[in-house]
Design a protein around this ligand. Structure first.
Ligand SMILES: *[C@@H]1O[C@H](CO)[C@@H](O)[C@H](O)[C@H]1NC(C)=O
Ligand SMILES: *[C@@H]1O[C@H](CO)[C@@H](O)[C@H](O)[C@H]1NC(C)=O
Ligand SMILES: *[C@@H]1O[C@H](CO)[C@@H](O)[C@H](O)[C@H]1NC(C)=O
Ligand SMILES: *[C@@H]1O[C@H](CO)[C@@H](O)[C@H](O)[C@H]1NC(C)=O
Length: 385
């Protein structure tokens, strides 16, 4: 009995605390549960309170940006790296964007079928009056082009979903004529376009530009060219070398100084060179201010120092400076007829892949909105689309 009692007491001794333990655990859990509930109710209340009061938009932004992780994440496929971004709007600032855009694959051949595209980059103030003409130009060529628009941040575009320009705006900032903010806008366009791995050629256009040929001709001309079309010449006199500032040496010497049209066409290699540049940028930023118009010198000079053998040294965009002054001629309703296009294209020769050709311009500017109507009438006959 004593043994049994001893056993019993022993058992009791061993069992009792283990019975008491879950009870205490339960009490503890209840306290924690109550605390947790209280806290979540409190945080829900404060979140709602702050949301309504709009006191801390930052807290709200963080809440909105926190991605909700799916229960089963998809395994990473190549597709996720090469798919172009589904939306052009993003929250990257310029430093982040340029850094991201400067990432380059080191293996030259693509392990997937890549149809190289032309990125048409529209640098505009607001509306695109020539949009109906461009729509016709692009029609039927899906998969061989992409469109990017940089406009004044205050401008709210209203393209219908059926338009090729629908939701093609990139995050933009104010760009002033002849100032570094203009080159920054151009770099922003290039960087956004570089995020699509299929973009191989990059054309800068304005709202006053029109295509002079159909898409097939433009695509063939650009894709088969060994050179990029960046105007880049050494001009003596006050509007050329006269704009050079000696403080740029030795990064840029007077003999390296180039001038050329702002409206360029470049390939992916040169586009990366422009977005990754931290050498020339500070020099031009500091020492090329009006009357040094930086958009006529920065990329032109930089690329002719870095990669002169890749430049055609001419622009693909026709412009008429013959009327003199700081701005080229603008063509309106009265100017735009068959003879006008004859004048642009006739009697000109230039080099294409080191061979003379008469097809020198694929685009032209500047056209006033009133020119749209005659242009649409002439397009199929004169422009070939
Ligand atoms: C972009 O954001 C990063 C991180 O906040 C900051 O270091 C950088 O200076 C910003 N760049 C610009 C151009 O605002
Ligand atoms: C400019 O000139 C200096 C001195 O002659 C030279 O060291 C430097 O490499 C030149 N810069 C370029 C971009 O050629
Ligand atoms: C363009 O000019 C550079 C000198 O600035 C020269 O090296 C290059 O060969 C020229 N390109 C063509 C296609 O003529
Ligand atoms: C493009 O224009 C050229 C020359 O005008 C013409 O021969 C060709 O058929 C046109 N292509 C298309 C797809 O319209």
């Amino acid at each position: 009995m004593a043994l049994e009692e001893g056993k019993d007491s022993g058992v009791t001794f061993r069992i009792n605390p283990s019975r008491a333990f879950p009870l205490r655990l339960l009490q503890f859990s209840l306290v924690f549960l109550a605390l947790g509930l209280g806290f979540s109710v409190f945080s829900m209340y404060t979140t709602r309170y702050f949301k309504i009061q709009n006191v801390v938009p930052i807290a709200q932004t963080i809440l909105e940006q926190t991605p909700i992780k799916p229960c089963f994440e998809e395994p990473i496929s190549l597709e996720s790296w090469i798919r172009p971004p589904s939306k052009l709007m993003h929250t990257m600032n310029d430093s982040e964007l340029l850094w991201r855009a400067s990432l380059v694959p080191r293996i030259k051949s693509y392990p997937f079928k890549r149809v190289p595209k032309i990125a048409f980059m529209f640098l505009t103030k607001g509306p695109l009056p020539m949009a109906p003409l461009w729509e016709r130009f692009f029609k039927g060529n899906e998969g061989r082009y992409s469109i990017y628009i940089h406009s004044m941040p205050s401008y709210d575009p209203d393209f219908p979903p059926s338009s090729v320009f629908y939701k093609r705006q990139i995050p933009s900032q104010v760009a002033e004529w002849g100032r570094m903010s203009m080159c920054e806008a151009e770099r922003r366009l290039l960087a956004n376009a570089l995020l699509d791995i299929s973009n191989e050629w990059f054309i800068l256009l304005s709202e006053a530009c029109i295509p002079l040929n159909n898409f097939s001709i433009v695509y063939r001309y650009i894709s088969r060219s060994r050179y990029s079309f960046m105007g880049s010449f050494d001009e003596p006199g006050p509007y050329g070398r006269g704009r050079y500032n000696g403080n740029m040496a030795p990064v840029v010497n007077l003999t390296d100084w180039r001038k050329g049209s702002q409206w360029f066409e470049i390939n992916r290699v040169l586009a990366v060179k422009i977005v990754e540049d931290t050498t020339y940028y500070p020099k031009f930023e500091e020492f090329c201010r009006p009357a040094c118009y930086v958009d006529e010198h920065y990329f032109q000079t930089m690329l002719s120092i870095e990669t002169p053998h890749l430049l055609a040294n001419r622009s693909l965009t026709y412009v008429d400076w013959s009327r003199g002054g700081a701005h080229p001629a603008t063509f309106g309703k009265g100017d735009t007829d068959k003879d006008f296009f004859k004048k642009i294209t006739e009697g000109k020769t230039c080099l294409y892949n080191n061979q003379p050709t008469t097809l020198c311009f694929l685009f032209a500017r500047k056209f006033a909105p009133s020119a749209l109507e005659p242009l649409l009438e002439l397009a199929s006959d004169v422009l070939g689309f």
